[in-house]
Design a protein around this ligand. Structure first.
Ligand SMILES: Cc1cc2nc3c(=O)[nH]c(=O)nc-3n(C[C@H](O)[C@H](O)[C@H](O)COP(=O)(O)OP(=O)(O)OC[C@H]3O[C@@H](n4cnc5c(N)ncnc54)[C@H](O)[C@@H]3O)c2cc1C
Length: 385
């Protein structure tokens, strides 16, 4: 069986779903292929930054308004940073939201299924290979082959498809480890505050506590593989080790209950390399390693890159040009929107890792209102773009 489409999107995470929804009003025939069946779980901290929400708004004001009324979303207006018994709380009107990924991704998928009649969804469909042909791409799956002049690769971390198309294989050093579990009954949780706990031993990683609806907290940690953590424990046990090693955290978790398994995954943080486009293809989200090198957050950049890839695809069809030169416009718009911010965060991570004492200075400076407000304005400004 061979099915012909205008655009094939591989992967229905935030990146692929944003691309599919952006294409819903085009006349183009789109295939959205995912190996899972929705709703499906995704290991995540469940934190949605304002870039995530703003991109949904750019796709549709109605989806944005509906999402903000969703029963599982929780607005966040503060971030608490803690290190060495010091802490600082940064208040921002729209710091972000939390929402379980299973619900967030399914919300977007349900919009595709009900409102994008030009998008054909193929679930339980594993893409096994891809082949460039004369001005088109052949996508091979176990249940048949699909062909189109444009493929948007959005199938997440360690995408063999993106590696095959771009020839770029990121090294292990460019990855972080992320581990998370759900808890109930942690003491002193504030429902509008996400917490980031730093610990010298695990630099430049951090442990997060993100409040969710119904008194649940998403707790996890991430650290960068290029900076080896000295621990006898396997990554999953390290979560408890980390909590126990911090007197204040240990006391707060003492009577808590873990209500899920501890699960982990690797995170492809961006190392200022962008290999996102070529003849007949564009790569979005984690498949292109578009993850924040400090926080490990990639939903916002995934959604934005999926949205930009879809806009470029529409442009390509209007010109009937699917060449690398045309597709590179997509890569350039990703670079224009993300590179400066990623470069800054990359630098900050390097400096903190080499000179942790800077954190003591940072926490001291944050006592001053004016400096705290400056940091908040900078964060809000860069993330809104
Ligand atoms: C522990 C952890 C915590 C995190 N916390 C946060 C957070 O709080 N906030 C944040 O912004 N980011 C967070 N991230 C990062 C975030 O999860 C990713 O950046 C985001 O999911 C990227 O979206 P994506 O659409 O590019 O890829 P994904 O969400 O990974 O989606 C890829 C899709 O492709 C499908 N797929 C894969 N292979 C194939 C195949 N061969 N054929 C067909 N389909 C395929 C998968 O089923 C999946 O649906 C976290 C990551 C981890 C590991």
């Amino acid at each position: 069986m061979l099915s012909q489409f205008d655009i094939i999107i591989i992967g229905a995470g935030p990146s692929g779903l944003a691309a599919a929804l952006t294409l819903r009003k085009s006349e183009l025939k789109v295939a959205l292929i995912d190996k899972s069946e929705f709703p499906r779980e995704k290991i995540c901290g469940d934190g949605l930054c304002d870039r995530s929400i703003n991109t949904i708004k750019a796709i549709s004001e109605d989806y944005y308004n509906e999402l903000l009324k969703h029963k599982d979303i929780l607005p966040i207006s503060n971030a608490l940073l803690a290190y060495n018994k010091n802490s600082v709380k940064l208040s921002m009107p729209m710091f972000g939201y939390t929402m379980p990924r299973v619900e967030f991704d399914n919300f977007l998928m349900s919009k595709v299924k009900t409102e994008a009649s030009n998008v054909y969804v193929f679930e339980n469909c594993i893409v096994s290979d891809i082949e460039k042909q004369n001005n088109s791409v052949l996508v091979k799956t176990l249940s048949g082959n699909y062909k189109a002049p444009i493929v948007i690769v959005a199938n997440g971390f360690r995408s063999k498809i993106s590696q095959k198309l771009s020839g770029y294989i990121s090294d292990k050093e460019a990855h972080a480890v992320g581990i998370r579990a759900y808890y109930k009954g942690i003491r002193d949780i504030e429902a509008d505050t996400v917490e980031f706990h730093l610990n010298k031993k695990y630099f430049p990683g951090y442990l997060w506590i993100f409040p969710m609806q119904n008194g649940i907290s998403n707790v996890g940690y991430g650290y960068h593989l290029s900076h080896k953590v000295k621990s006898e424990n396997a990554p999953k046990q390290l979560l408890q080790e980390w909590i126990d090693s911090d007197e204040l955290l240990a006391a707060r978790f003492k009577h808590s209950q873990r209500i899920s398994d501890i699960k982990g995954a690797l995170i492809p943080v961006n190392h200022l390399k962008f290999n996102l486009a070529g003849d007949n293809y564009m790569i979005a989200g984690d498949a292109g390693a578009l993850v924040d090198p400090i926080t490990g957050g990639g939903i916002g950049n995934g959604l934005l890159s999926g949205y930009l890839a879809a806009l470029q695809a529409i442009e390509c069809f209007s010109k009937n040009d699917f060449s690398s030169k045309e597709m590179t416009n997509y890569q350039n718009s990703v670079i224009a929107r993300m590179k400066k911010d990623i470069a800054f965060r990359f630098k900050v991570r390097e400096v903190i890792t080499k000179l942790p004492i800077i954190l003591n200075v940072f926490f001291w400076l944050m006592k001053f209102d004016k400096l705290r407000k400056y940091l908040i304005n900078w964060h809000t400004g860069t993330k809104k773009k």
